[in-house]
Design a protein around this ligand. Structure first.
Ligand code: DGL
Length: 269
């Protein structure tokens, strides 16, 4: 693994890295799926930990921060940008696609479609940031897939802050998750959608709180598949015959935090 200073410019599009962006460490859950599907690609992971959480900020502020980080990444000669953040995707993916027309820009959205398909007519809870749940993008997803199911939106402020401070399990996370699910009869739940890329890191706690009846869904695998599909459409994918493992470079926008927690999450089983 490398740090920002080791990123070098490559002229051939195939050889360039794929950039993955999130407000903090959450997008590493997407990076792991990307790497699983495309081990021979190079990745630059950018976590805006200096400004996390995004999910409780104003839409204007989220857009400003996302555009600024995306510009920083685009200037590194990337061949694709993955917005591994449901909140930033909901706020400004269209704007990013208007600005950067020569590379695929992939977003992530709460995995409502797979949850509804797997549990038709079921009781489904969507955990996400307050901003994601209020955006037009999520509202139209809900009207497209939510018609025949009982879907409850569960904004989860506080969870991202705990994960960013290094807690992915333990007393504080469990207490917060129990508070959030307290109003519900968890025995009647069929599915829970992890609609924020930070939440897959607290999967075991969520499962302990909701019990074994409900199934968890997240957007990681679908986003990785979509990224590969777009790379093929653009003709930018690296040949799978290139068997050597690609590099992963981590960048943390926070001057007071290094990238060791990012690497720990990336390598966790
Ligand atoms: N990980 C992000 C998401 O998927 C944002 C969390 C935050 O910064 O509030 O929504």
């Amino acid at each position: 693994m490398y740090t920002e200073s080791t990123v070098t410019t490559k002229t051939n599009k195939h050889d360039r890295p794929i950039a993955v962006f999130d407000s903090g460490v959450g997008g590493i859950s997407i990076l792991r799926e990307l790497k699983k599907l495309m081990p021979h690609e190079d990745f630059i992971y950018y976590g805006d930990c200096a400004n996390a959480p995004y999910g409780t900020k104003s839409v204007d502020e989220i857009e400003r921060l996302t555009l600024s980080a995306s510009k920083h990444l685009y200037e590194k000669d990337i061949k694709c940008l993955v917005i591994a953040c449901n909140t930033a995707t909901a706020v400004c993916i269209s704007k990013l696609r208007e600005i950067y027309t020569d590379i695929p820009i992939i977003g992530v959205e709460p995995a409502l479609k797979p949850a509804v398909n797997a549990k038709p007519g079921g009781n489904i809870i969507v955990m996400a940031t307050p901003v994601t749940l209020h955006q037009e993008k999520f509202i139209s997803l809900l009207s497209k897939y939510g018609e025949h199911s009982k879907i409850v939106m569960l904004p989860c402020p506080g969870i991202v802050e705990l994960i960013e401070s290094g807690e992915t399990e333990g007393e504080n996370i469990e207490k917060r998750v129990r508070e959030l699910f307290a109003p519900f009869d968890v025995m009647k739940l069929d599915a829970v959608v992890l609609g924020c890329t930070h939440y897959p890191f607290i999967k075991s706690t969520v499962l302990r709180v909701i019990g074994k009846n409900a199934v968890l869904f997240d957007g990681g695998e679908g986003t990785a598949r979509e990224t590969l599909k777009q790379l093929i459409i653009y003709g930018y994918e690296r040949s799978p015959s290139q068997t050597a493992d690609g590099e992963v470079v981590f960048i943390n926008s926070s001057p007071t935090k290094d990238t060791s927690f990012m690497q720990k999450l990336y390598l966790a089983q």
